[in-house]
Design a protein around this ligand. Sequence first.
Ligand code: FAD
Length: 407
Amino acid sequence: MPKTCIIIGASHAAAELAPSLRQEGWDGRILIIGDESYLPYHRPTLSKAFLSGEKSADDILIRPEAVYEKNNIEFMLNVRVDSINRADKTITLNNGEILDYDKLALCTGSRVRTVPLSGIDLPGIHYLRDLSQVEGIMQDVGEGKHAIIVGGGYIGLETASVLRKLGMEVTVLEMAPRVLARVTAPEVSEFYSRMHAEEGVTILTDVAVSGFEGDEHVSRVICSNGETLPANLVIVGVGILPNVEIAQDAGLEVDNGIIVDEYCLTSDPDIVAAGDCTSHPNALYNQRIRLESVPNASEQGKSAAASICGNKIAYQALPWFWSDQFDVKLRIAGLSQGYDEVVIRGNRHEGREFTAFYLKEGKLIAADCINTAKDFMISKALLSKEIPVTPEALADESFDLKQLLNS
Ligand code: FAD
């Protein structure tokens, strides 16, 4: 009997894992089960080129359908896996169907954090995680209309940038004293506030939302400071939660993500996990981390596929991310959490090009590269190879950092 590998979740991790299984020699059945209606698509484009209308749903597929057909990869879409029974190696779907597996891959990703505020269910108020939600948002976009973005994180600011370019009056409400507070240094937050202001986006910090009002459709956002803002469209972007419940209920180890080792193996040798849903060890930072990033999902997909086939590819990649807002491409190398020093290369007060390097106890741990693609490439290499570099060299634009790579 050919063996069956079932992959739960049909997104970035699954789209890498399934073809990698064939490359690693899996000749059994591969079935991807996903609760959305689309083949895996590039999720980051949702707050970028898809929302702006530059790309269609077909344009953003991670792989054309033919690739899955060629590799004999089957899909069951619009269906959820409700539970995993590890004792008899079955899963139960929300339509009651029970399927057997030999190997199971959990690529369940994450979901938006919801806010239980009054009026949240009014039409015109949206979350932004999947393609169908963006299709809903597009119905409420219109030149001159008021858009309120709740949350000044990357997704909130990217959305603000696209909606502004589409001619909307955009206001971002951020509870913290600055935007991007969870992920960047104050210097970088300050830059983004300046850039958004230059583009005509209003950013209000230290402001929480206490509720939404409207008759048939949202028309007002009530703020904690008593202010009321007009709204034709509201997008709530206040973070995500990993989808770990079916793993947890099945008795797998879970702690801020499904616990996996560097080979993406869970505490059950027949079950792997990859992507946003995992908590995995990172040798460079010497700690367990959970990442919300496409490169992580793809690389873990490859390691997980190898493990299923009894091969070993350790996942040891340097975390990296990107964000597009107006004409600024931010590329982030490494993880800045725990930094004790920030070094700026370039002029952060004028123009739109500089790099913020993050150090901890004198060691470079991350870099936010704002329109500085070269600094990003060099930072990735410095970080991956743990090459020492002084704050003075990082700050000195006349010093070519590239020469450190040959040392
Ligand atoms: P996901 O993409 O979350 O997919 C998991 C899938 O599994 C979902 O379709 C989910 O519905 C499904 N699922 C979950 N449970 C079940 C179940 N029980 N049964 C069936 N199906 C299930 N990352 C970057 O690196 N750069 C960016 O610029 C960037 N921008 C982003 C912009 C937006 C708007 C969003 C939402 C995300 C962005 N990200 C970005 C994050 C990136 O998209 C994620 O890190 C990536 O999608 C993770 O892939 P994944 O396969 O692990 O999980």
